[in-house]
Design a protein around this ligand. Structure first.
Ligand SMILES: Cc1cc2nc3c(=O)[nH]c(=O)nc-3n(C[C@H](O)[C@H](O)[C@H](O)COP(=O)(O)OP(=O)(O)OC[C@H]3O[C@@H](n4cnc5c(N)ncnc54)[C@H](O)[C@@H]3O)c2cc1C
Length: 324
């Protein structure tokens, strides 16, 4: 296992839109940057990406490929692989002057240990899909989550909304914006209230109360939803997976968290700082609403704040060296 002696400026864990956008700004700011990426972005099964200005319809994997080419042009090193552990507060391997976070951070991959002055975690989140036969295989194609990403492509289609909680009724009402042929599959999550039933009825949203037992797939396309021994024809399924942030590294460092309606998330301030000195986070790992554009925007914003923090550290180091 190799260990770099001189700490790099920033290690970014995760080379999705958030991490690569931050890498682009930091590379252009002449920082020494390493991106470690396991290559499993959240939208990897989607053939096309939408709602991203200038890139509408592009493959999400192609966007990241372009991003990697761009950051490499500014000297950013990319390691393909997984970060398995991080350790904060280790001794400074640099010039010995105190850094304003007190110590360096060590980042472990399978092949090497990298020492860094700052760590930016951009590891995204995992969608925990409902356990319905056929659903996982179609994820990102015939089964999708985000109306703003895929609604237009299914305008006027028969849209099935498969509930994963009683709140899925809101997803059905939202999708009525894209089609007047929406079917809400309550999927055993309870009968809607009288008020909700009235709102569904008035908006022409059809209700199927039974539990969903599978999807019908013909020629690799979703054509129906199995419910109560019947198959109800649909052109696409929308569903709402549970969101599980990939925040194990941040939690292992003791980052503080806050519980909210969508689970427990690591705290960051407006600049992306976590509660752990020198450790920052951006994108879906700390923000459930961070789509591609938001992730790229926040990646750029956090990079600026991170660089300012490093500049302050550079000044402190210079003054400490001069005084010695
Ligand atoms: C099916 C689907 C379709 C979508 N379509 C759209 C769309 O059309 N438009 C849109 O704006 N948004 C879309 N999204 C949302 C979009 O995927 C996310 O907003 C975006 O990917 C978040 O970017 P991120 O950089 O935070 O995380 P990600 O893109 O998930 O990237 C995180 C990266 O970190 C890596 N990683 C994780 N852990 C480690 C580790 N320990 N070590 C090293 N690397 C690690 C992962 O391998 C991954 O490459 C879609 C989502 C889904 C599920």
């Amino acid at each position: 296992m190799r260990s770099a002696q001189e700490p790099t400026d920033v290690v970014i864990v995760g080379g999705g839109p958030a991490g690569l956008s931050a890498a682009l700004s930091l590379g252009r700011a002449r920082r020494r940057v390493i991106v470690v990426d396991a290559g499993t972005p959240r939208n990897r099964t989607a053939p096309h990406m939408h709602g991203v200005l200038g890139h509408d319809g592009l493959s999400p994997l192609r966007l990241l490929e372009r991003g990697r080419e761009e950051v490499a042009g500014y000297g950013v090193r990319i390691i393909r692989g997984e970060v398995t552990a991080v350790h904060a507060g280790v001794a400074d391997g640099g010039d010995g002057a105190a850094m304003n976070v007190g110590a360096a951070i060590e980042v472990e991959t399978a092949d090497e240990v990298v020492r860094t002055r700052r760590l930016l975690v951009a590891t995204g989140l995992e969608d925990v899909l409902p356990d319905i036969p056929g659903l996982r295989e179609q994820w990102g194609r015939g089964v999708v989550v985000c109306p703003y990403c895929d609604g237009w492509e299914h305008r006027n289609d028969v849209i099935g909304v498969v509930a994963t909680s009683p709140r899925s009724i809101e997803q059905a009402q939202l999708l009525r914006q894209w089609s007047d042929r929406v079917i809400y599959f309550a999927n055993g999550f309870g009968e809607p209230s009288a008020e909700e039933l009235a709102a569904l009825g008035r908006r022409g949203i059809h209700l199927e109360l039974g539990s969903v037992t599978g999807l019908r797939i013909d020629a690799d396309r979703v054509t129906g939803v199995q419910v109560g021994g019947r198959v109800v024809s649909v052109g696409v399924v929308f569903t709402g997976p549970a969101l599980r942030p990939r925040d194990a590294l941040l939690r292992s460092l003791g980052a503080t968290t806050t519980e909210g309606p969508l689970g427990t998330w690591v705290d960051v301030d407006d600049d992306g700082r976590t509660s752990v000195p020198g450790v920052w986070a951006v994108g879906n790992v700390v923000n459930s609403r961070s789509n591609v554009s938001v992730s790229m925007g926040l990646g750029s914003l956090v990079a600026g704040a991170l660089n300012a923090d490093l500049v302050a550290d550079d000044i402190a180091r210079t003054l400490a060296t001069a005084a010695a």
